[in-house]
Design a protein. Structure first.
Length: 235
């Protein structure tokens, strides 16, 4: 019991620390569905580990109905998880969530439907996942990572990285912008198509100059040149 009370106090302190909208301990106790979902999860996880599987699953559905947040009792969740504006958050059965993780509204830690066994992601410590982001499959998101709102992450992410986009790709690592040198790593279809069009336009302009006999090599427009130069950047 003393350990449980200390965890509850720690959870409340976490909310007060991370959410500037939280005005008092009483408000946090009464009004934060993300906190209630975590407390439900801890009870359900204990039941799951003691082989009360059906009861744990049923109570997790009750918690989902009450809070709008679904945490499977088989998931492994670390301390000080903060679920802010948590409606629609889903954490799958084999997901692992480290300590000091923050999840916003609509985040899914789910599977791809093609895996067996460990089929949900692992989030290490100090990860922040923006609203609506989907992290899918048996992948690992490293320490201190930031996942942008609405991103769909399908590959593992190294420590200290920032990921955005659909599909998700790294734009910052260790505080520095990521530049892709291997074209196979460019995984944004729209950016790749735009880059290819810009290159073809540049070739056609050069061909027209040759046919007209104007000679020389007039530089491409500033916007076109920027697209060509950025074709190896993961934007």
């Amino acid at each position: 019991m003393p350990h449980l009370l200390s965890l509850i106090r720690e959870d409340v302190a976490t909310v007060l620390e991370r959410d500037p909208a939280a005005k008092s301990h009483l408000e946090v106790y009464l009004c934060y569905s993300g906190l209630h979902a975590v407390w439900f999860y801890r009870m359900n996880h204990w039941l799951w580990n003691h082989n009360f599987l059906l009861l744990a699953r049923w109570l997790s559905q009750v918690a989902r109905w009450l809070t709008g947040i679904e945490i499977h009792p088989g998931a492994q969740v670390g301390r000080r998880l903060f679920i802010d504006h948590g409606m629609g958050v889903v954490i799958g059965e084999t997901a692992i969530v480290g300590e000091d993780v923050t999840l916003y509204q609509g985040v899914t830690l789910g599977g791809t439907g093609k895996e067996q066994g460990k089929r949900h992601p692992t989030l290490l410590d100090n990860v922040v996942v923006g609203g609506g982001a989907k992290i899918l499959g048996n992948i690992t998101v490293g320490h201190n990572c930031r996942i942008g709102a609405g991103s769909v992450v399908l590959r593992s992410v190294p420590d200290n990285s920032t990921v955005v986009g659909v599909p998700g790709h790294i734009i910052l690592r260790e505080g520095k912008r990521v530049v892709i040198t291997d074209p196979k790593q460019i995984n944004d279809p729209l950016s790749a198509a735009l880059s290819a069009v810009a290159t073809e336009v540049n070739k056609l302009k050069e061909r027209v100059r040759q046919l007209e006999g104007t000679g020389g090599s007039e530089p491409a427009s500033e916007s076109l040149q920027r697209i060509i130069e950025d074709r190896d950047d993961q934007i």
